[in-house]
Ligand binder design. Structure first.
Ligand SMILES: *Cc1c(COP(=O)(O)O)cnc(C)c1O
Length: 392
């Protein structure tokens, strides 16, 4: 299988704590695969929230080296951080878009000082930017329109007023119109995507009257990967790629799964096996004595708990991979440890590696497996486990 792409050698454990291993090479390959699918305009890379837990600086660097010229982050401060990192490595020509917008005059000043493309969703945000800009020619801004997330962006009912307000700020020039898809990853919600695209095009038509060169960006990873089916009537647009860059298949478990099959996982998380012990029938495991052995068993103590982003919600539900085998979590996950069943892994021993995410063989834990046990989506797993010390 293509997405079994191996990481390099197994880790050692200098600290005894969980370690998050990132394959920048797989991020690069994912970028090249996705960028090759662009119809006209090159896509941009979304590296908000510390690159979905993969590390803002290292991910930005590998993407820029692979030809990416526009990076989207979350807050304005994250944009400033990224601009400083890139100017150390000669990436001044890269555009940076802080997606969360301009929430204060301070944000607007940061955008101007650090050459970040401001995203405005309201007249208030536009006013902050206009007041911060004193250059000779108008400052380009991105504008967000709401089409179906009920989140940020100007609404249909305020469109004319909003456009009027933008026109009143003569020192601003909208260069990009953004909106965000709510359900592109669900093939059954095809009609929702189509309705959003239609609202987006209506807003585009209204904006284009005054700013004829304005560019469009609507698709996230899912919308981009399935653009031929989902967005056939959208003119040239800029895909915003997040999840898929990190190897996530937005269509996993759906009839469109094959569309994301070539994507390669970029994160693996390991923790040490700190001991292997026998359990007699009737013995209980961990806080609250929620698990009772019904027979003689063998258990391994793993050095990772909820303080390390291994959710307590995995108590009695999760699995780790040891020596290629799937080992269920027994009882409650503690702050820095948990206990797994290794009765079926006869050679398991002190010093083994437990994969919380990834691993080899049939016991490999995929982001989808972990998300299901955790009751969440892989994005949250990346963000949580990515907070551990990382190695590249
Ligand atoms: C996070 C985000 C994206 C990326 O979405 P993925 O599904 O991870 O590809 C795109 N656009 C906006 C506005 C976002 O907030």
């Amino acid at each position: 299988m293509p997405n079994m792409q191996r990481f390099s050698s197994p880790p050692d454990f200098p600290t005894g704590l969980p370690l998050t291993r990132i394959s920048l090479d797989n991020v690069r390959r994912n970028w090249l695969f996705l960028a090759s699918k662009a119809k006209t305009l090159p896509p941009l890379a979304v590296i908000k929230a510390d690159a979905y837990g993969h590390g803002l600086g290292p991910v930005a660097k590998v993407l820029v080296e692979a030809g990416c010229r526009t990076l989207a982050v979350g807050s304005m401060d994250e944009g400033v951080l990224l601009r400083n990192m890139l100017s150390d490595s000669g990436g001044e020509a890269v555009s940076i878009i802080p997606l969360l917008g301009v929430l204060s005059p301070r944000d607007a000043a940061s955008a101007v000082t650090h050459n970040l493309l401001p995203v405005v969703s309201s007249p208030e945000e536009a006013a902050f930017v206009s007041q911060a800009w004193s250059g000779a020619s108008p400052l380009t801004v991105a504008v967000k329109v709401e089409t179906g997330m009920a989140r940020l962006g100007f609404r249909e009912y305020e469109r004319e007023q909003f456009i009027g307000s933008l026109r009143s700020f003569a020192n601003l020039k909208p260069s990009l119109l953004l909106s965000h898809l709510a359900a592109a990853d669900d093939p059954n919600k095809h009609a929702t995507v189509a309705a959003q695209a239609e609202r987006f095009l209506t807003a585009y038509a209204a904006m284009r009257v005054f700013w004829p060169d304005i560019a469009l960006s609507l698709a996230n990873s899912a919308g981009f990967i399935a653009q031929d089916v989902l967005l056939p009537s959208l003119p040239s647009h800029i895909g915003r790629l997040g999840f898929a860059l990190y190897g996530g298949n937005p269509f996993a478990g759906t009839s469109w799964e094959h569309l994301g099959e070539p994507l390669l996982p970029a994160m693996e998380v390991t923790a040490p096996v700190m001991g292997v012990y026998d359990l007699t029938s009737g013995q209980t495991v961990s806080y609250g004595c929620t698990y009772t052995a019904e027979r003689k068993m063998r258990v391994a103590i793993i050095g990772a708990g909820y303080a390390d982003g291994f959710s307590r919600g995995l108590s009695g539900k999760g699995h780790v991979c040891i020596r290629g085998r799937r080992c269920p979590v027994l009882g409650r996950v503690c702050m820095q440890m948990h206990v797994v069943d290794v009765t079926h892994v006869s050679c398991a021993s002190f010093g083994d590696i437990a994969y919380l995410l990834g691993g080899e063989g049939p016991g490999r834990v995929t982001p989808g497996d972990l998300a299901r046990d955790w009751g969440t989506i892989p994005h949250e797993i990346f963000c949580s486990l990515g907070k551990n010390p990382r190695v590249y």
